[in-house]
Design a protein around this ligand. Structure first.
Ligand code: MN
Ligand code: MN
Length: 463
């Protein structure tokens, strides 16, 4: 008979962390890879900037713009830019397209504060921009932190003006007021969710009047005069604008060992970046590969730039048609990794998690069979066969992976783009990086988890 210890080694599944399972070279590669990611983060705070930066990276690797209806051949490296807000980067493999496409789909929108259509107003010597929050935020986290403004304003005759204020160290910043603790007794009695209300998320824009004049609304006028001088815009131009307040900080190493990264927008750039770079780095794969960088995931994947838009199946149709294939067959044989983050176990909030089934920081890429809420409501529940296939693929490249679900049962829940892709008859499972403080203005991830995610996507592209 075998000794218990030996048999346990054979039969038990034990989660181990990446540092224990891999060598120094792997950790070094992870830290090197993280530098490129941090650069991406600092230049991609909105979906538009993420798409622009991704195109820059793809073009550097020889990818060319694709137009619907274009002829295609094996070896092509292309990207389809959807309205500057979502992106499809794809290669045409040498095998028959009816063997399917390997799709990795991430999203590049993150929770933030969008400007309302009529944002500017003045009250008591202060001018503000009114905002409407986008995505799931804890409102109290957005007061008294440095904020920057990113976005575009479309002028009456269609010219786009790009705005980015607060990222250069010489730029001014923006700010949302909070009440001092000395006068905060009424606020302190409220629940955390009610302490700061949506209509209080007003961005401080100026505190001095135009030309020092004692004229009504001169502080608001000052805001508009400064914007008009710099960008040529007037108050009416806000009606055709997409401006957002986002945290102004840069991505930085966290901890004495520099093993983690703090940043705004890890959800979901921390999956978008490895999904993109794995397709670029494996462009010579026999498979046809596609990386999707979608918009609007944080508000339900709706609209023309969201994952539910028909442009995604349309593209598969167009690619199939150009190669003389039946797109229904292509979709039936395609495989997808829905590349999104998961909630990492947080020892400061033990009650929120069921530890056996929660991903832990530095234990590798997370494979999530199902998301949803309550009785798995609203989830793509990936099949045993598909997960089994993926396990064997990751094994080939020694990818360190772990399983997970989104916290304790009945405590809340969430979803990803997975179900919208699976609904098109494409096997799909969620795979991504565990995040601490998800949706906070400054989130945290581990560098080795990021790198194992890149290795997982790469193996998916290759085998
Ligand atoms: Mn996400
Ligand atoms: Mn999210």
């Amino acid at each position: 008979m075998k000794a218990a210890k030996e048999l346990k080694n054979e039969l038990f599944y034990t989660k181990k962390n990446v540092y224990q399972l891999t060598d120094e070279a792997n950790v070094k590669a992870a830290f090197d890879y993280a530098e490129g990611y941090k650069n991406y983060l600092d230049n991609a705070k909105t979906e538009r900037e993420s798409v622009t930066k991704a195109i820059e990276i793809a073009e550097k690797a020889g990818f060319k713009p694709y137009t619907l209806g274009q002829a295609l051949k094996a070896g092509d490296k292309l990207y389809y830019n959807n309205r500057g807000k979502s992106l499809f980067v794809f290669t045409i493999g040498s095998e028959n397209i009816e063997c399917g496409i390997r799709i990795s789909a991430a999203h590049v929108d993150s929770p933030r504060l969008d400007f309302k259509p009529c944002p500017v107003y003045e009250d008591s010597g202060m001018a503000f921009f009114k905002t409407h929050y986008y995505g799931g935020i804890k409102k109290y986290q957005w007061v008294t932190i440095p904020l920057a403004i990113h976005g575009v304003v479309t002028l009456k005759y269609g010219t786009n003006v790009e705005i980015n204020i607060g990222e250069d160290e010489n730029d001014p910043l923006f700010y949302i007021n909070d009440i001092l603790p000395h006068l905060g007794q009424n606020q302190a009695k409220k629940t955390l969710g009610e302490a700061i209300e949506g209509e209080q998320l007003n961005l401080l824009a100026a505190t001095s009047p135009y030309n020092n004049e004692d004229e009504g609304e001169a502080v608001k006028l000052n805001v508009l005069a400064i914007l008009n001088e710099k960008y040529g815009i007037t108050e009416a131009d806000f009606l055709s604008a997409e401006l957002s307040a986002v945290p102004a900080d840069k991505a930085r190493d966290i901890g004495l060992d520099r093993a983690a990264i703090g940043s705004y927008g890890h959800d979901d750039r921390v999956c978008a970046y490895p999904a993109l770079t794995s397709v670029i780095d494996n462009a010579d794969s026999v498979h046809t590969l596609m990386c999707v960088l979608a918009d609007k995931e944080e508000i339900g994947s709706e609209g023309a730039s969201g994952m539910q838009c028909s442009i995604f199946p349309d593209l598969i149709d167009e690619i199939s048609k150009a190669l003389g294939a039946d797109s229904a067959v292509v979709r039936a044989n395609s495989k997808c990794l829905s590349a999104d983050v998961s909630a990492a176990y947080d020892p400061n909030f033990k009650d929120a998690f069921e530890k056996r089934n929660t991903p832990e920081l530095s234990c590798g890429v997370v494979l999530i069979k199902y998301t949803g809420s309550r009785g798995k409501g609203g989830t793509n529940d990936a099949s045993a066969e598909y997960i089994g296939w993926l396990r064997s693929v990751m094994e080939k490249d020694n990818v360190i992976w772990q399983t997970g679900e989104l916290g304790r049962i009945d405590l809340g829940g969430g979803g990803t783009v997975a179900k919208f892709i699976a609904n098109l008859n494409i096997d799909t499972v969620d795979l991504g990086v565990p995040v601490i403080s998800m949706h906070a203005p400054y989130e945290l991830i581990s560098k080795v988890d990021l790198y194992e995610t890149y290795k997982a996507f790469s193996a998916f592209c290759k085998y």
